[in-house]
Write a protein that binds this ligand. Structure first.
Ligand SMILES: O=C(O)c1ccccc1N[C@@H]1O[C@H](COP(=O)(O)O)[C@@H](O)[C@H]1O
Length: 211
């Protein structure tokens, strides 16, 4: 069974669909430039019915200590996802500050980008192997772009990892087969437009990840 993270949830009906379909991670975006951004108070309400055992993951982009503290004061997160330019030292600081496991996203476009996964594997609890955002994009992820999955064939890292970037119900099974990923993360691929999740697409994605 592949582990699935559904990211960028903003409505209870989609949280419910993801929980019932068997997602192991649910992502809430605390980055104002994203069309999926929620406030800590909105996230808290969305999290109320999430069963124990599903990791409520807060997505941040180069967060300040204050943003992390303020968010955690309202929203009971289980994991932090760092999706900006955080250095390995900053990853370690965020772990110490929050007391939570940290998943660090690394953008991949070419073989040289893979080296960062070794460095971050020394400090992060999990790795998120995502497509590198196009130049000029206002958001460093959630762009619905895939990278060349063949770059990952035969690679191993120190930490568990999720594959992300342009995954959809139509391509996720092939992505898992090719890369050997044990977990996948999706945002745009289960939406009808940026920020608008779709319950049927969420169910189709989780089903396809587990064929
Ligand atoms: O989803 C967002 O809006 C977002 C904003 C800023 C950083 C990351 C974001 N999403 C993450 O990006 C990847 C891939 O998304 P997609 O499936 O290609 O749309 C995923 O890990 C999201 O968690």
């Amino acid at each position: 069974m592949a582990q699935v993270k559904i990211c960028g949830l903003r409505e209870a009906v989609h949280v419910d669909a993801a929980v019932k379909a068997g997602a192991q991670y649910l992502g809430f975006v605390f980055f104002p430039k994203s069309p999926r951004a929620v406030t800590p108070e909105q996230a808290r309400a969305l999290m109320a019915e999430i069963p124990l055992g599903i990791a409520k993951t807060g997505l941040f982009v180069d967060p300040t200590d204050d943003l992390l503290r303020d968010t955690l004061a309202h929203a009971p997160l289980d994991m932090i996802q760092l999706h900006g330019k955080e250095s390995p030292d900053r990853v370690a600081e965020v772990k110490a500050l929050t007391g939570l496991p940290v998943m660090k996203a690394v953008g991949i476009a070419e073989p040289a980008d893979l080296a960062a996964l070794i460095d971050y594997g020394l400090v992060a609890d999990m790795l998120l192997v995502d497509a590198k955002a196009p130049k000029g994009s206002p958001i460093p992820g959630g762009n619905g772009l895939a990278f060349d999955w063949r770059l990952l064939v035969g690679r191993k890292w120190l930490r568990p990892w999720l594959l992300a970037g342009g995954l959809t119900p139509a391509n996720v099974a092939e992505a898992i087969r090719l890369t050997g990923a044990r977990g996948v993360d999706v945002s745009s691929g289960v939406e009808t437009e940026p920020g608008q999740k779709d319950a049927a697409l969420i169910r189709a994605f989780i089903e396809a990840a587990n064929v």
